[in-house]
Design a protein around this ligand. Structure first.
Ligand code: NAD
Length: 348
């Protein structure tokens, strides 16, 4: 295995991990350890080039710095990628990569991301201790989705308070795009709170099942972005809030679980200009990383730790919306500025 340290002005440490004998090329990007060890998942997917894989690792690692800091976790941001089809993954790929993670001596903790399973994390753990998302063991944190959904539900209530003057969701219509792990749990929370649902997924069976269970209206996967509702909750894919879709939105607020909902940073301002209140995704969907943090930090009493951090996320979002109103700007810009201040304070 060859490990090459790449110099980047934006990230603390970036490693290229290569082993031609087993067809492995990947990158580990540590964006920041100012607040604690960098934590973020390991992703395996085909990339067109090494540049594309490196760019993805750098972008995702930076995103984790913001997500972990906004959640009030003593963790920095990092991410790792392996180039290739996850269906072609071998034990040799994972064990070699685990040895590369060890060279960072705890500056980077990995966990599941696209193309990885709890079983893969268990295999990594035979070679490195810097891994979370394990299927079992004393600190295993299990499926993060229910906690992620709880955090989004709480964030929707905070969003409703700022947009409509009340957290009460009774009779409010929420359009949910994506009925996977997170979307399904979120629908349950919303239905229990008395909200009306409009649901969409590319999987028609999921749509039919959820519609029947919660007496929800349905919409096509693209139409969900134009339906008339109070709040849109994107829980499927990223970059769905862009110059075209924002012009057609028919909601007063957006708050959901999908990562990287804004196609570009300017799309936060576009939403603001249209008077649509946007809950920054990396704040609203932090429940998942909070759950993983209980494992990385071996917090013990997981439920209490999760409750405390989820409640802090509500306060942070409240503060973000209040500041955005005062400054007449996008909550996403405020969220980024707040984390930048936290990092600057730590450096001072
Ligand atoms: P998932 O794969 O279980 O569910 C995604 C759902 O979206 C699937 O049902 C899929 O059919 C549907 N979908 C895909 N493309 C779609 C489209 N164009 N229109 C409508 N539906 C579409 O994933 P998940 O774990 O529920 O995560 C959902 C999102 O939340 C992702 O962006 C993920 O990165 C993010 N997220 C998840 C967690 C977590 O704890 N699982 C934590 C933080 C962020």
């Amino acid at each position: 295995m060859q490990i090459t340290r790449l110099a980047t002005p934006t990230h603390e440490t970036v490693l290229r991990v290569h082993d031609a004998s087993i067809g492995l090329t990947g990158f580990i990007a540590v964006h920041s350890t100012k607040l604690g060890p960098a934590a973020g998942g390991l992703r395996m997917r085909p990339y067109n080039s090494e540049d594309a894989a490196l760019t993805d690792a750098l972008r995702l690692a930076e995103g984790m710095t913001y997500k972990n800091a906004a959640a009030g976790l003593p963790l920095g941001g990092g991410k790792a990628v392996i180039m290739g089809d996850a269906a072609q993954k071998t034990s040799a790929h994972l064990l070699t990569f685990a040895r590369a993670i060890n060279t960072l001596e705890g500056d980077y903790w990995t966990a599941e991301d696209m193309g990885m399973s709890p079983a893969d994390m268990a295999l990594l753990a035979t070679e490195t201790k810097y891994v979370a998302g394990l299927p079992d063991g004393p600190h295993a944190s299990g499926d993060p989705s229910p906690i992620t959904a709880r955090g989004i539900f709480n964030s929707i209530r905070v969003t409703a308070k700022h947009r409509f003057g009340s957290e009460d969701l009774t009779g409010r219509t929420v359009a949910v795009q994506g009925l996977g792990h997170v979307g399904t749990y979120l629908c349950e929370f919303l239905h229990t709170a008395g909200a009306k649902l409009i649901v969409a997924d590319i999987d028609a069976k999921r749509v039919a099942a959820l519609a029947a269970k919660y007496d929800a209206q349905t919409a096509g996967p693209d139409d969900i972005l134009t339906v008339n509702a109070d709040i849109l909750a994107p829980c499927a894919i990223g970059a769905i809030l862009n110059v075209d879709s924002i012009a057609k939105l028919n909601v007063a607020a957006v708050c959901g679980g999908a990562n990287n909902q804004l196609a570009t940073a300017e799309d936060g301002a576009r939403l603001h200009t249209r008077g649509i209140l946007y809950a920054p995704d990396f704040v609203a969907n932090a429940g998942g990383i909070i759950n993983v943090a209980t494992e990385v930090l071996a917090t013990g009493n997981r439920a209490a730790y999760v409750d405390e951090k989820l409640s802090a996320v509500e306060s942070t979002l409240d503060r973000i919306f209040a500041r955005a109103k005062t400054m007449d700007c996008s909550p996403s810009d405020v969220a980024v500025a707040i984390v930048d201040e936290m990092l600057a304070d730590k450096a001072a």
